[in-house]
Write a protein that binds this ligand. Structure first.
Ligand SMILES: Cc1cc2nc3c(=O)[nH]c(=O)nc-3n(C[C@H](O)[C@H](O)[C@H](O)COP(=O)(O)OP(=O)(O)OC[C@H]3O[C@@H](n4cnc5c(N)ncnc54)[C@H](O)[C@@H]3O)c2cc1C
Length: 382
């Protein structure tokens, strides 16, 4: 049986679909300014996520603005100042990040941001899937979940890179064949300390993988790869890593003394990279729902926090009557473009260096200047 909510009291200013980084950042900002917000997520938290877990310096700056950096550091986040790009032939290029990055498991990070939103006053409906969104900005929206019906003035879509909602709302990438999948596993062993202060990206034939220290000396292994490699990872990660280690001696050296923690390898939904648009009908979008940046940039979480934050403050302006409903969608498109800048353009530009079939050869002479440039251009200001 569905409950109709609210039955009394002032209507919600926003229903936010997705309570991960983008959705919770938006709900936190809007709630803090007095807005009434309901967050809905099909998952219950904490939950794991296919991700390399490295939060870039501009993401750390967003955490500071949200007032959450202290909690994230206290939860055991590792501070990372340097990155290395390892070529298949074993050689490396290294550089300093534009500022300190933080690395914490998504189990902990996402829960901290969600808790920040709840403390600010947002209501969270977890373990409920949004099945339909109907309405317009002038008339308001009705959002149906598997457990209830919510009414709100606006809806923010922060449902990530791939959701059944994309299919229901007719987005063209949904259901089209995907050439890329992500996978992730934590590695354990005392050797994890060798990643103190540095994250490493290994390029191999069929994809790339990042290694980054998270809390309690564990190492997060997050990868983007062809469906064939992701399938190998799903079936037998040890065997895949042994095979890649033979092809890439630098990877074998980095994995020495580390072993996958017990449990399955997490394999993502299909990953369709690129900009998608900040508005769908009259629904505003933030985070990966509006565009998926290449994981090699380490910018996805920062963009989720920053676009969520910007959406929350625009919705607060609407609640305060400083922006009209008729101007909201256009205002959001402008602000989203300002926040995201040229990140999608540059992440697309360098994609062949990290992913192309010919990358393993091209990467040798080209990566030193490109890696530094990519870090500066795609990560934005600290
Ligand atoms: C292999 C890989 C490695 C990566 N590594 C990094 C990295 O090192 N650093 C970095 O910054 N970024 C990285 N990223 C990108 C990063 O993971 C994403 O950009 C980030 O998670 C986006 O956050 P989000 O809040 O937009 O969406 P998500 O974190 O995907 O959250 C979306 C939420 O919406 C919920 N949801 C979906 N559909 C519904 C529905 N119908 N009803 C209710 N809830 C719903 C989901 O349960 C989920 O909790 C990586 C990505 C990949 C694929």
């Amino acid at each position: 049986m569905r409950r109709r909510v609210p039955t009394a009291g002032p209507p919600l200013h926003a229903v936010v679909v997705g309570a991960s980084l983008a959705g919770s950042a938006a709900a936190l900002v809007l709630s803090r300014s007095g807005g009434r917000v309901a967050l809905v997520d099909r998952a219950t938290f904490p939950r794991s996520k296919t991700c390399g877990e490295l939060l870039s310096p501009d993401g750390v700056a967003a955490l500071v603005r949200l007032g959450l950096d202290g909690a994230v550091r206290a939860a055991g986040a590792a501070t990372i100042r340097r990155f290395e790009l390892a070529r298949p032939d074993g050689s490396r290029v290294a550089g300093r990040l534009p500022g300190p990055a933080l690395s914490l498991s998504r189990e902990r990070l996402d829960l901290l941001v969600l808790d920040g939103a709840r403390v600010a006053g947002a209501t969270a409906h977890l373990g409920e899937t949004v099945v339909s969104i109907d309405g317009t900005l002038p008339k308001g929206f009705v959002v149906r979940t598997t457990a209830r019906t919510l009414e709100a003035r606006t809806v923010l879509g922060a449902w990530g890179r791939y959701s059944a909602l994309d299919g229901r709302l007719g987005r063209p990438f949904f259901g089209s064949p995907a050439s890329l999948f992500g996978f992730k596993r934590f590695l354990a062993g005392g050797a994890g300390r060798r990643f103190e202060d540095r994250a490493v990206l290994h390029v191999f034939r069929g994809g790339y993988l990042g290694l980054s220290l998270v809390e309690e000396g564990r190492v997060s292994l997050g990868a983007l790869a062809t469906p064939e490699v992701a399938k190998e990872a799903h079936h037998d990660l040890d065997r895949l890593l042994a095979r890649l280690g033979k092809e890439c001696p630098g990877l074998a050296a980095d994995l020495e003394g580390l072993a996958p923690e017990p449990g399955p390898t997490l394999v993502s939904e299909p990953v369709h990279l690129g900009r998608r648009g900040a508005v769908l009908g009259d629904v505003l979008l933030a985070g990966d729902a509006a565009g998926v940046v290449d994981p090699y940039t380490g910018s996805g979480m920062a963009l989720a926090l920053r676009t969520g934050e910007a959406a929350g403050s625009l919705l607060a302006e609407l609640a305060a009557g400083r922006v009209g409903a008729e101007a909201l969608a256009r205002s959001w498109e402008r602000r989203w473009r300002k926040v995201t800048g040229s990140v999608y353009f540059f992440s697309r530009l360098f994609r062949p260096v990290f992913l192309g079939g010919f990358a393993t050869r091209l990467v040798v002479p080209a990566t030193a200047p490109l890696a530094g440039l990519a870090a500066r251009l795609t990560r934005g200001a600290a």
